[in-house]
Design a protein around this ligand. Structure first.
Ligand code: NCD
Ligand code: ZN
Ligand code: ZN
Length: 387
């Protein structure tokens, strides 16, 4: 499945389990067209879209409208993730049968995080009926009220309210127990703490149906990046410490963490060029997976085959999609990567409408040259192969 030649890598195209495409409702940050263009440039053939749009994707009609919009564009396929509950802060469960029937590949509370233990238990029982995975943003709000970044020495130095690891660990532990009790499928979104990794490892050893994803930024950055009050590094869950990064890398390498997902969270310049406390959390990621993560492969922290699996087969399995593969006669879903091409990340080159990434201006190595999705070329790198 991995063909190397002339220095280029031919890989199956990627599947992102976690992107915020902002349409409907916040098209000034991103829309389906710009988000899918960014995805194509990043090597993706499939993008699962989070439901914290305006309005929230809690109904069949919104799910269908998003899919129709993406089909009209003709780039990577869009797979909506429905909301677990109705509206912005609802406790009433959505009609998951309708969402699934309309094409939703999971249900989530991401970006809203309103799920109490009782709602979560009912949601797991209900989702199980439709073979839908619950994709959960693990955060105990009682412990993160006003939090701006990871709680530790650096938050103390900066005088910013901290988001402790245990606020994530508690919810992951709770939801593992609820998944065990209900027999439903539970997926941990953007896992970030070493404690949550330990709980995940134990849960899998006990045969509980839990899976997890990790983002490129949690694999490569720590809370030290926030020094200087860099709002580009403000994100939920927060960037943590080296011990967490090490635990995440080890768990991704050994398969405890199943997938890499971007948590692509575009925000406008105005929403980031402000006081740290006012800045919107999140950073873009669709176009940066290859350059950021090939670094881990070069450092020997992650085998290339495991990275490719975490970007293709593993997320496809969780979303119940057919995984892109390279084989004769299959409809082409692949990308061509130059692992040695070095460049300085220029915001003007990004297809995303938003430019909120701490990697701007940084020297990166590794670039997607071409992407095919559903048998069509959806991206060709405009610049020549010369460095
Ligand atoms: C997400 C967003 O912007 O939608 N932001 C983020 O920092 N990950 C929502 C969220 O999970 O808080
Ligand atoms: Zn989240
Ligand atoms: Zn998210």
């Amino acid at each position: 499945e991995l063909i190397q030649g002339d220095g280029l890598l031919l890989l199956p195209a990627f599947v992102d389990l976690h992107a915020h495409l902002r349409e409907p409702g916040q098209e000034y940050k991103e829309d389906i067209a710009s988000g899918l263009a960014a995805a194509a440039a990043g090597g993706f053939a499939h993008v699962c879209a989070m439901p914290n749009t305006r309005p929230v994707n809690d109904t069949r009609s919104i799910t269908e409208a998003m899919i129709a919009r993406a089909r009209a564009i003709g780039g990577p396929a869009l797979h909506p993730i429905g909301a677990i509950t109705m509206g912005q802060k609802g406790t009433e469960l959505t009609e998951m049968a309708d969402l699934k029937d309309a094409g939703a590949v999971g249900v989530s509370d991401d970006g809203r995080c309103v799920t109490s233990s009782s709602v979560m238990r009912r949601a797991l029982e209900y989702a199980k009926t439709f073979d839908l995975t619950i994709i959960q943003h693990a955060e105990d709000h009682a412990l993160t009220d006003g939090a701006q970044m990871h709680e530790g020495a650096i938050s103390t130095r900066l005088g910013l309210r901290g988001w402790p690891r245990v606020a994530e660990d508690i919810i992951v532990a709770r939801d593992v127990l609820l998944a065990e009790a209900t027999g439903a499928r539970y997926h941990v979104a953007h896992i970030s703490s070493l404690g949550a990794v330990r709980i995940l490892r134990e849960a899998k050893a006990r045969g509980i149906a839990v899976t997890a994803e990790v983002t490129p930024h949690h694999l490569t950055l720590t809370d030290a990046a926030v020094l200087g009050y860099d709002t580009a590094c403000k994100v939920n869950p927060p960037l943590r410490e080296q011990a967490d990064v090490d635990a995440l890398r080890e768990a991704l390498a050994d398969g405890t963490i199943d997938a890499v997902a971007t948590d692509h969270a575009p925000h406008s310049t105005l929403e980031k060029d402000c006081e740290f406390a006012e800045a919107s959390p999140g950073l873009i990621g669709l176009e940066l997976v290859v350059p950021v993560l090939l670094d881990l492969v070069r450092q020997g922290a992650l085998p290339l085959g495991r990275l490719v699996d975490a970007l293709t087969r593993a997320p496809a399995r969780i979303a119940r999609l057919e995984a892109p593969t390279i084989k004769a006669g299959a409809r082409a879903e692949l990308c061509l990567v130059d692992p040695n091409l070095s460049f300085v990340l220029d915001p003007a080159r990004l297809r995303s409408k938003s430019k909120n990434t701490p990697f701007l201006g940084r020297q990166l190595t590794g670039r997607v040259k071409m992407t095919l999705a559903s048998g069509r070329v959806v991206f060709v790198d405009g610049e020549g192969a010369a460095t």
